[in-house]
Design a protein around this ligand. Structure first.
Ligand SMILES: *Cc1c(COP(=O)(O)O)cnc(C)c1O
Length: 460
């Protein structure tokens, strides 16, 4: 006899039926090509159609799933739709998505070697491979964290902790304020991390192409009296996909004797394309880097690979100590939780591991190269239209352009129109106060026909 309390954890006729329904739902979602774009609903609509799902007795799985399928899911834009080109989309492979189901169904704890050694080993295989692609030594390592924001924060916490230890070792005074240098084009998460850490961010001005140079870093550094401990180079800016002069920044960091972090959340994936690898020259000098598999390595949310040249420095900064944890800490084994600001974690690197193991690295190189080639192709189309103008030449897979005479309201109207038509999702962006349209291309299912149709729809 199943104890009443364990019923919902067991195979009863109700849970078996639900299992089939859920798998069927997932199967159908994955078979859609393309998936419907869908779109946001108002709070009033959702209150009217989806309230009262949480009750003392429960709805039963069938009704709850219907509510999701018919009301809640269609109120979410499909990030993996080929016309989703806003922000940075996601386009997980089938293998990666399927394996996310496996990760959930196996309840693996990914925080410690003791509990999850097999999963941790596989995740570390992926991190080592990424480190090697970027040019870091075999001894490099790290952890998959929730996202790039947490990855940047964790890397900077490690950098500062290292700087503090270094000063203490040399009997040097600690500064009144700690600070980092970042580019005027760098991601908002760096300022957010700085607020959490209570440090200052000195902004070095990117050049006319939107790149941070070594010269700009040195110039900014010359005005800082004390407490500078890191510089962040961006491997593919979020706005334009421009790669900073990482080699120059690496040299500047060496000269200043500070930590060099590469924020490659979106763009560092392009190091896999042999034609673009040269853009990332100098990334191999990084003390740490991040790249988000949920952005351009075709993995589902949420996943950021955080890699350190010397992982031991991260463990010194991040390991949590406690009576019930010390059995893990003293084991000498590799515990992923020690390498970032996190403790409990799902082994979120496994969907990428499985997809890579399934398809091979070559398929990734091809998919990323095709995205970039497509960006350059639509840029050619835009360049040849008299009413359109590229804001900057694309470097990776982001294309930013203006339509002659359009104000923000025109971009907004167009954006609403194409979303409602289920054609695409392109929110207006801006540069130097001028509104524009921006395509961020990371989906291998996006093609030139769709992009041309979107461009054409601006004149309708
Ligand atoms: C997206 C992005 C981040 C933040 O990553 P999240 O996964 O959204 O937290 C940081 N840096 C860059 C360059 C990004 O493009």
């Amino acid at each position: 006899m199943t104890k009443p309390a364990a019923k919902m954890h067991s195979s009863t006729p109700a849970t078996i039926a639900l299992r089939e329904e859920i798998l069927q739902f997932s199967r159908e979602r994955m078979e859609m090509d393309p998936v419907p774009l869908d779109g946001p609903q108002t709070l009033e609509f959702l209150q009217k159609h989806a309230s009262n799902s949480i009750s003392e007795k429960g709805l039963g799985g069938h009704k709850a799933l219907k509510l999701f399928e018919e009301v809640l899911a269609p109120a979410c834009i499909s990030i993996d739709h080929p016309g989703y080109l806003s922000f940075i989309p996601a386009a997980p492979t089938e293998a990666a998505t399927l394996f996310d189901l496996v990760v959930s169904s196996t309840s693996i704890y990914g925080g410690s070697w003791l509990e999850g050694s097999g999963a941790v080993f596989a995740e570390n295989e992926v991190l080592s491979w990424l480190a090697a692609e970027v040019g870091l030594p075999k001894s490099a390592g790290g952890v998959f964290v929730q996202g790039g924001s947490l990855g940047n924060l964790s890397a900077l916490v490690t950098a500062r902790h290292t700087a503090i230890e270094e000063r203490k070792k040399n009997n040097k005074k600690l500064p009144k304020r700690w600070s980092i240098i970042a580019s005027s084009e760098s991601h908002s998460s760096l300022k957010a991390a700085a607020r959490v850490m209570d440090i200052d961010v000195h902004i070095a001005k990117a050049d006319a192409d939107g790149r941070l140079t070594g010269k700009a870093v040195l110039k900014t550094a010359s005005k800082i009296k004390d407490g500078l401990f890191a510089v962040v180079g961006t491997g593919g800016t979020t706005n334009f996909g421009i790669v900073d002069r990482l080699d120059e920044i690496a040299k500047a960091a060496k000269k200043l004797d500070i930590w060099f972090h590469v924020d490659g959340a979106y763009g560092l994936a392009a190091v896999l394309d042999p034609k673009r690898k040269h853009l990332f020259k100098g990334a191999n000098k990084a003390d740490s880097f991040i790249v988000d598999p949920h952005k351009w390595l075709f993995a589902p949310f949420d996943s950021c690979a955080l890699v350190y040249r010397k992982p031991i420095l991260a463990a010194r900064a991040h390991t949590q100590h406690g009576e019930y944890l010390d059995t893990l800490t003293h084991s000498g084994e590799f515990n992923p939780s020690d390498y970032a600001y996190n403790l409990t974690r799902r082994p979120r690197g496994l969907p990428l591991w499985f997809s890579l193991a399934t398809h091979g690295i070559g398929a990734y190189r091809t998919a990323i190269a095709e995205n970039i080639d497509l960006a350059h192709k639509i840029a050619d189309v835009i360049r040849n239209r008299s009413d359109l103008k590229l804001v900057r030449e694309p470097e990776l897979s982001i294309v930013v352009f203006e339509k002659e005479g359009w104000k923000l309201a025109d971009y907004e109207k167009w954006s609403d129109r194409i979303l409602k038509a289920g054609l695409g999702f392109v929110t207006p962006s801006s540069h130097n106060g001028r509104p524009n349209a921006r395509f961020a291309i990371v989906n291998p299912r996006t093609d030139i026909k769709l992009l041309t149709q979107l461009v054409d729809s601006m004149s309708e």
